[in-house]
Design a protein around this ligand. Sequence first.
Ligand code: NAP
Length: 278
Amino acid sequence: MNEKTFGLLGFPLSHSFSALIYNIIFKLYNKNYKYLLLETPPEKINIFIKSHPNLDGFNVTMPYKNYMFSLINNADETSSFFKTTNTVLKQEGSYKCYNTDYFGFLQSLKFFNVNFKGNILLLGLGGAGKIVAAEAILKKANLTVAIRRASFKKATKTLNSLFSENFNENVKIVDLQNIPKEKYGIIVNATPIGMSPNTKETLLNEFFGCETAIDLIYNPKETLFLKKAKKDGAKTINGFMMLIFQAIKAFEIFTNSSFKETETLKLALKIKEKLKRN
Ligand code: NAP
């Protein structure tokens, strides 16, 4: 069997489920592949590629998604659009960036039957927040992006670079400390606030009668943000299925294969069942 080595680049990685997910996929598809957790502190990031010459590909997580994209300078359409990468493939000695988070987010919305329209409140506009904002803008939702005041300029620049100033009508950027008290059908947390081990934190205490609350965090299973939303009567969704779907798409890239949607769904359910969690 053809041996290959893949891994996850990030810092820290103690919360990661990626090795568990990939080992399940490799086993199901009879691949003799290894998946390593490559926790890399910021002072060593500039020698990461040189230090791992035997990697056939790797996933990228916080805080290196933008850094890797600009370092590699060769990307597929989705990665180029979002200017960020979570999947890197080595081919004939050179590297190419991909972004499978967008696919993961869309599949997760489909899985949970979420109609991503109407009045949407998004907390955070980093790598993952951009993806959520893009989908809201494409669906012509009314999007309110709540961020720290100090990041307003950066956020406007991000949205302008993605949508060439065509987004203005339906998008508002507001201060996290001063969120308009409106009814939002969907509220999405795309910040790391509430992620393990800081599980006692949340950016939102009021949910304005929201119907669906989505937290992209998957560890813990139920963040304080989701607990409070549930108490207020919202349907709650964490980032676990998004994580599984983005990993399946990355596996397709690593193996140069293409799954039909039914196969992706079947595999996602198998992984979920084997990991015994949601
Ligand atoms: P990122 O690029 O670092 O962006 C983080 C965002 O959160 C930025 O908008 C940042 O604002 C904001 N933020 C950080 N600390 C904050 C604070 N104390 N108060 C207010 N805002 C704060 O990170 P990311 O890659 O987008 O990831 C965000 C979250 O999504 C993480 O929890 C990650 O695990 C999760 N995620 C999940 C999946 C999945 O598959 N389920 C995929 C991707 C990401 P500033 O710009 O002001 O710093």
